[in-house]
Design a binder for this molecule. Structure first.
Ligand code: PMP
Ligand code: GLN
Length: 384
């Protein structure tokens, strides 16, 4: 393994899912739903397979039906116009979108600012691109993890190439608000930075939180790469259909890298996701309501069990603080949790460069059936 990747080891998600399988514990670690998405969309995939659509290499940028549907979704929800031919690129999940974007836009030695804790593939992809990651830490304040805008500004240097933003934010559940996004946009314009914004949880915002795409802020259209994913929005994480929307020059750059990573993926699934994106608003509202009820169930159960709970404004993760339980090492806690309570969770420390900052935080996923969450909550009482 080369020096760029040596520090990363096995992704925490594989490690924790293997731990769940080995111990038979309830897996609230890796974020994937235990119920598939809409039956009609599954049927759409079957139809595509049977009709021979996408069984051979589809066009490199994605099938036209899907690119059109992605552009229509961005227009309908956010008023953002993208030409389906030049402003949209289909990728093998958001994971490939992140990799291709960073490989395309980062020069060796460039600094990439990311919000810490960050989704684990960001660090590895910045490293593969030869960049240097510069974490800006979200810190707990009044029940949520907040971005300190002064710290963000101070992190920008002459070597900063891009800001890597994620909202709604995994693992903290923070949803960046209008004021924060305005400040990020102003900073990007002032320092002439590119912005890559991972918005895979765009449809999972709760209470009065609203997802605002960074690309919609003044001066951002020409400098923003927006990343989305069907895995999160339609509960088909195994299909690996993601996408990039951006100005043509940026899409073209990302496509240059993407063509040598997978070239294309997920042929028949692309047709099914095109249909999914055209589902009525009631589908998205129903999905959100369903996840909101699950959030409340798990958050209340974790609080009862003695955790300090950061109630997420978005995503399907709850971050907790284990210090009220008399614990301080999330890694040790998560390794022992299957034995202690028959549940698997993820230590947030893996998402930090400043490991000590993340040490007492542990993430639980709530994209699971109600009965499973109820059983998990029951079991978690054992940690007291
Ligand atoms: N970004 C974030 C913030 C994620 O949480 C995930 C995975 N859930 C991804 C990207 C990867 O998405 P995909 O499964 O579409 O590759
Ligand atoms: N994004 C999911 C999570 O945060 C996992 C995706 C993966 O396994 N790479 O749990």
């Amino acid at each position: 393994l080369n020096r760029r990747l040596a520090e990363f080891g096995t992704t925490i998600f594989a490690e924790m899912s293997a731990l769940a399988t080995r111990t038979g514990a309830i897996n609230l670690g890796q974020g994937f739903p235990d119920t598939d998405g809409p039956e009609e969309i599954r049927e759409a995939a079957v139809r595509a397979l049977r009709d021979g659509r996408g069984n051979q290499y589809p066009p490199g940028p994605g099938v036209p039906e899907l690119r059109t549907a992605i552009a229509a979704h961005q227009q309908r929800r956010y008023g953002l116009d993208h030409d389906p031919d030049t402003g949209v690129l289909v990728t093998a999940g958001a994971t490939e979108a992140i990799a291709a974007t960073l490989l395309a836009l980062v020069e060796p030695g460039d600094e990439v600012i990311a919000l810490e804790p960050y989704y684990d593939s960001y660090a590895a992809c910045v490293a593969m691109a030869g960049g240097t990651r510069v974490p800006v830490t979200l810190r707990p304040h009044e029940g949520a993890f907040r971005l300190d805008l002064d710290e963000l500004r101070a992190a920008v240097t002459d070597r900063t190439r891009l800001l890597l933003i994620n909202t709604p934010h995994n693992p903290t559940g923070t949803v960046l608000g209008r004021a924060e996004l305005t400040a990020i946009a102003e900073l990007a314009v002032e320092r002439d930075l590119l912005v890559v914004t991972d918005e895979v949880y765009e449809h999972l915002v709760f209470d009065d939180a609203e997802h605002l795409p960074l690309a919609g802020f003044p001066g951002m259209r020409e400098r923003t790469v927006t990343i989305g994913s069907a895995g999160k929005t339609f509960s088909f994480t195994g299909w690996k259909v993601g996408w990039v929307t951006a100005a043509p020059a940026l899409v073209s750059a990302v496509r240059s890298a993407k063509q040598f990573l997978t070239y294309v993926a997920s042929g028949p699934f692309q047709y099914a996701v095109a249909e999914a994106l055209a589902l009525p608003d009631s589908f998205f509202a129903g999905f959100r309501a369903d996840m909101l009820a699950k959030r409340d169930l798990l958050a209340a159960g974790l609080a009862d069990a003695g955790f300090a709970v950061f109630r997420p404004a978005g995503t399907y993760f709850v971050t907790t603080d284990i210090r009220p339980l008399g614990e301080s090492d999330g890694f040790a806690f998560c390794r022992a949790l299957p034995e202690r309570a028959g549940v698997v969770a993820v230590p947030n420390a893996v998402f930090y460069d400043h490991r000590e900052e993340g040490a007492p935080f542990v993430r639980f996923a709530f994209c699971k059936r109600t009965s499973v969450l109820q059983e998990a909550v029951e079991r978690l009482k054992a940690v007291r």
